[in-house]
Design a protein around this ligand. Structure first.
Ligand SMILES: *[C@@H]1O[C@H](CO)[C@@H](O)[C@H](O)[C@H]1NC(C)=O
Ligand SMILES: *[C@@H]1O[C@H](CO)[C@@H](O)[C@H](O)[C@H]1NC(C)=O
Ligand SMILES: *[C@@H]1O[C@H](CO)[C@@H](O)[C@H](O)[C@H]1NC(C)=O
Length: 260
């Protein structure tokens, strides 16, 4: 009898540990995402293209910090290369510049000869192309990054995400030719859980183009990321991001390092 109850106690204890560890929040992953996509529509072979690419990207890296987190540059008279970078407006200029600095080698390494490529490192986007970039909505690639786990209140979360997104879409698209960004927060469920979100378009897009781009992010959030703790929907022209934590400059730093 004694033995049996000890056994069942141990069994219960183990079951309890399993339940507790299943619900233990996962360690916060470093926010450093390293995503890149090379467009498979053509490769370059000339050093002229390569040199133009290097100049366009360096001009972007050099100027983005002083230009509010958005900069476009073109280089070359023949085989012109256009480059662009966009930092979320919640990054300050120092972190924006360092994010772009980090992105360029990654892009060059991973798209070694493609005429067009894009990367998202931490929170910034860097892209280059042989075609016109400015004012063009060119959603040739979408990247969806769901963040685990699934929350307990899926329906409430999805509704809150959708409501917040609609509000931010209008605000972001209604921005200026220098900035089309909106961020906000809300709560959901009985427990009033905090939720944060941000949306942004490259500001060279028109209001209509930005609305359209952000609308695509809102459509896909349901299919890719329903109930997820957080998610990012990234395109070369816009993004939508939500999470249960606020977004800030910490994004581009290793978590353990303190800022001095
Ligand atoms: C471009 O080069 C890559 C290898 O770097 C190759 O996989 C790809 O098929 C090439 N694309 C075209 C359109 O030739
Ligand atoms: C970015 O790179 C440039 C050129 O290498 C350098 O001068 C600048 O200090 C870097 N900026 C940051 C914030 O790392
Ligand atoms: C949450 O939103 C309110 C307004 O809706 C704003 O005043 C507040 O600063 C926001 N808080 C954070 C942490 O973003």
């Amino acid at each position: 009898m004694e033995m049996k109850s000890t056994m069942s106690f141990l069994f219960l204890l183990q079951a309890l540990i399993n339940v507790v560890s299943a619900f233990k929040p996962p360690p916060i992953p470093p926010e450093d995402i390293n995503v890149y996509r090379c467009r498979n529509t053509g490769n370059y072979t000339s050093t002229n293209y390569k040199n133009n690419l290097i100049s366009a990207l360096s001009a972007v890296a050099k100027n983005i910090g002083a230009h509010g987190g958005f900069y476009q540059s073109s280089a070359g008279t023949t085989e012109q290369v256009n480059a662009v970078a966009l930092c979320p407006s919640y990054l300050n200029s120092f972190f924006c510049e360092s994010c772009v600095n980090k992105s360029i080698p990654l892009l060059q390494k991973n798209c070694p000869n493609q005429k067009e490529g894009v990367t998202w490192v931490a929170s910034c986007m860097v892209r280059y192309s042989d075609r016109k970039i400015s004012g063009v909505l060119d959603d040739w690639v979408w990247v969806h990054l769901p963040k685990d786990p699934i929350v307990a209140k899926v329906r409430e979360l999805d509704q809150a995400v959708s409501d917040l997104a609609s509000r931010l879409q209008t605000q972001a698209a209604g921005g200026t030719s220098l900035k089309k960004f909106a961020s906000g927060n809300t709560t959901y469920g009985m427990e009033k859980v905090d939720l944060y979100a941000a949306m942004q378009c490259t500001p060279d897009l028109s209001k209509e183009q930005c609305t359209k781009c952000l609308f695509s992010t809102m459509l896909t959030v349901h299919s890719c990321c329903s109930g997820k703790l957080g998610a990012r929907m990234l395109s070369p022209n816009c993004y939508f991001r939500y999470d249960h934590d606020q977004f800030d400059n910490i994004d581009v730093l290793p978590r353990a390092t303190s800022i001095r």
